[in-house]
Design a protein around this ligand. Structure first.
Ligand code: RIB
Ligand code: CA
Length: 311
């Protein structure tokens, strides 16, 4: 039985590779992609999503549904220095996608699909959690009918990538992350920097991609991403943040999870977006999320390459 999922993205470079993984994975039934504002604008994220789907001739039957153009309360915080002006590292610039955008909005689409198949549909979020938060606010019952929610976000051991303590997705919309974490979703998993920082795509991995257009896309889209990582860490590689979230949905044995009580900071001068783990139970609250603490990174990269090489 294929696992049904809605993929919520802010298509930047790693979201794009995550989309490729989700579409090509035989284990998954991708019932829709919802787009939002994050790395880039909603419009750019939507355009990039369509271009990536066209790259692999993905079925036109996969709905692409636009969501929120801004965080719940804040102004957008784009990440062009990492993802490039276009959002996918300047790859596919000459591509004009004719792909139809499904009418309606992401929150309504998420609600409709979860409620029409109770207990069967999961949501994997690889951008800020704005669309999912809006779905929960509009129809709280989805909390009891969604099969599983996995989000790429947070940094449980407190080392951020956009501020000293906050990861980009929870920083970009901390109020949305707070709504999701406080909603009481029974099967909620955080795939944070603690594990995604180990999932490093290198030139060696890219050179094993057999399909020329896919190989060229990975090489071109990640070039600046890998260069930036080299300048910071001395390794020519880039973290597969979003693909790992999808990888965990495909095969949860890739990671070790710990049940944690976590809150997101939304009202501080220095720590907004920080995912705060109450390790000692000071708040007396039950665990609200399974946090990925360890990952078999090379086994994940092998899975990623194997799936991308499927015809
Ligand atoms: O911190 C990494 C996350 O922020 C990834 O989802 C990346 O695409 C950016 O959105
Ligand atoms: Ca993303």
């Amino acid at each position: 039985m294929k696992k049904k999922l809605i993929l919520d993205v802010d298509t930047g470079i790693d979201d794009a590779i995550g989309i490729l993984l989700a579409v090509k994975s035989e284990e998954l039934d991708l019932i829709g992609i919802t787009t939002g504002c994050g790395n880039v604008s909603l419009e750019a994220a939507t355009t990039n999503t369509c271009k990536v789907l066209d790259l692999i001739n993905a079925p036109s039957s996969i709905p692409v549904v636009k969501g929120s153009a801004a965080p719940l309360k804040r102004q957008p915080h784009f990440e062009h220095k990492v993802h490039g002006t276009d959002g996918i590292g300047g790859a596919l610039l000459d591509v004009i996608s004719e792909r139809e955008i499904t009418p309606g909005d992401a929150a309504s689409f998420i609600i409709e699909k979860i409620m029409e198949s109770p207990g069967e549909v999961s949501v994997v979020c690889t951008g800020p959690l704005t669309n999912l938060a809006k779905s929960i606010q509009q129809q709280p019952a989805i909390v009891d009918h969604v099969k599983e929610v996995i989000y790429m976000g947070g940094a449980i051991n407190g080392i951020g990538n956009v501020t000293p303590v906050a990861e980009f997705n929870t920083f970009a919309d901390p109020e949305a992350a707070s709504v999701v974490l406080e909603a009481g979703i029974p099967n909620l998993t955080q795939v944070g920097l603690d594990v995604t920082k180990h999932a490093l795509l290198t030139e060696k991995h890219i050179e094993t991609i057999t399909e020329p257009a896919l190989h060229d896309f990975l090489k071109q889209s990640t070039a600046t991403y890998r260069k930036a990582f080299y300048e910071q860490n001395g390794i020519w590689a880039c973290a597969m943040h979003d693909p790992l979230a999808i990888g965990v949905f495909i095969d949860s044995t890739l990671v070790k999870k710990t049940a944690c009580s976590v809150a997101v900071e939304t009202s501080s001068r220095f720590c907004d977006g920080m995912t705060v783990w109450d390790r000692q139970g000071k708040w007396g609250l039950p665990a609200n999320v399974q946090v990925c603490m360890e990952v078999e990174a090379e086994r994940f990269l092998s899975l990623l390459v194997d799936v991308l090489n499927r015809s």
